[in-house]
Design a protein around this ligand. Structure first.
Ligand code: HEC
Length: 438
């Protein structure tokens, strides 16, 4: 019986493949029908005339000359930028911009068939792109409740990394409020190309406490806390701006960066209070100078681990690895109090050009008990195989320039109490139960 069935399925498999190939030969994917919708969804936010992508990919004339390069970058999962390992850890993210295997196969088949245009009547209607001059969260949340601005900075045309760290007075909305979302918006179009990363941190009046309103890197411009979670923002203080500019050949006097802030309604206090993205070091030397452990030999590798015990339960909303040019991989694992271990997320295709925050979907975001050990592993590749290695002959140590190294993760984390933990776990179980019954 068994044999018979598998023979049959083998046979029908062969038939199916032959028929499939035939259909395929007659009708390879076309730009108008198959490829344009993918480019609209996954590429045009950056590859438009004013976007940060080096060339626009808005119509056939613009796309055709790049067909082979597009196939190369998409099949290697270099474009769109999304550096997570699709085979391990949580796979459901609010900001997932990656291509499906099927979309990659479509692009490949199209390029290999000679990048045919097909029938322009098949083109999807144009989509409306959110201009880089607008708030990306505007569609979802409306205009920000409050906009804060950096002091103007004169961008130079050429040179090395530049840091700009003005301190600017902050006036809130008249009372302490709870932050729901924040977006970091460099000027447009130039600022989007020269501001490499930045922080806007509120230092409340007369305190040393820091309230990190927004942290930005190319690839991460906004943050929305999960429903019912907010950050307490006092009404006054100073904003410590920390902006890292990297000149791109154009000069501009008086460049200003803006941060848009969206708050919970006046008087409303969300159930959970978060401190937002928190730095977790990925090295072995707790309490010693940051980065002491980084020593990567020429043409060699280094692996570093950092472990952090959770002293209370916690919910994790996002994972943003931070390494520089030799960075190759960072994983985040949970070792639970009972000793079981689980990979939560792993960037195995890390690329320093993109500082992506991987934002977990609410129904899968890790809810961790007290005593969980978060274990991070960084892998550095200082060999010539690393495509963005500027010089494999160098010893590489800690430093803030891109050619030096760093090893830490920014984790969107909210610490909760035992009661809230029990509630969150019960809710998750109930959701999963409903899923199973559906
Ligand atoms: C978040 C912005 C962004 C998105 C989304 C994006 N790109 Fe890019 N792309 C860039 C930037 C910036 C570069 C140049 C720097 C680099 O290669 O990292 C680039 C480079 C490329 C290159 C190489 C160009 C060259 O001359 O080397 C190709 C090809 C490409 N992108 C295709 C695509 C395709 C196809 C998609 C969608 C499936 C896409 N990109 C999505 C920003 C983006």
């Amino acid at each position: 019986m068994h044999h018979y069935r598998s023979l049959l399925s083998l046979f029908s498999g062969v038939l199916l493949t032959a028929a499939g190939t035939q259909a395929f030969a007659q009708e390879s994917p076309t730009y108008s029908r198959d490829v344009a919708p993918i480019l609209q969804q996954k590429c045009q936010t950056c590859h438009n005339p004013e976007g940060i992508g080096p060339m626009p990919l808005m119509n056939y004339q613009q796309v055709m000359p790049f067909a082979a390069l597009i196939q190369d970058r998409t099949s290697k999962r270099i474009m769109p930028p999304w550096n997570l390992d699709p085979t391990i850890g949580i796979q459901s993210y609010k900001n997932d911009s990656s291509l499906s295997d099927e979309q990659i196969a479509t692009i490949t088949a199209w390029a290999e068939a000679g990048a045919p245009q097909g029938n322009p009547a098949d083109l999807p209607p144009l989509i409306e792109l959110v201009s880089g001059a607008d708030w990306q969260l505007g569609d979802q949340l409306g205009p920000p409740d409050l906009i804060i601005r950096s002091a103007p900075y004169d961008v130079i045309a050429n040179g090395q990394d530049q840091w700009w760290t003005p301190s600017v007075p902050f006036e809130g909305l008249g009372d302490e409020r709870f932050l729901r979302a924040a977006e970091f918006k460099p000027s447009y179009p130039l600022g989007k190309k020269v501001v490499h990363h930045g922080h806007a941190v509120l230092i409340p009046e007369g305190e040393r406490r820091q309230v990190a309103l927004a942290r930005y890197g190319v690839g991460k411009s906004w943050e929305i806390f999960p429903e019912g979670t907010g950050m307490r923002v006092p009404n006054d203080g100073r904003i410590a701006w920390n902006l890292h500019y990297f000149p791109v050949g154009t000069e501009k006097p008086g460049d200003v960066v803006e941060v848009g802030l969206w708050f919970y309604p006046e008087g409303q206090q969300p159930v959970l209070e978060t401190r937002g993205e928190t730095m977790f070091r990925v090295d072995g030397l707790k309490g010693m100078a940051r980065g002491q452990d980084i020593v990567i030999p020429p043409h060699g590798y280094q692996v570093l681990q950092g472990t952090h015990r959770l002293e209370s339960p916690a919910v994790i909303h996002s994972f943003r690895p931070h390494l520089h040019m030799r960075g190759k991989l960072m994983s985040m694992e949970a070792i639970y109090p009972d000793g079981t271990k689980e990979v939560l997320s792993q960037a195995n295709n890390y690329n320093h050009n993109w500082q992506i925050a991987y934002i977990f979907e609410d129904d899968v975001k890790p809810i961790l008990p007290t005593g969980t050990i978060l274990q991070f592993t960084s892998v550095f590749d200082n060999t010539a195989n690393n495509p963005i290695n500027p010089d494999p002959e160098q010893w590489v140590v800690f430093g803030r320039r891109g050619v030096d190294e760093m090893s830490h993760a920014w984790i969107g984390i909210t610490y909760i109490n035992e009661e809230q933990y029990a509630q969150a776990v019960a809710q998750r179980r109930a959701e999963q139960e409903t899923l199973r019954l559906d």
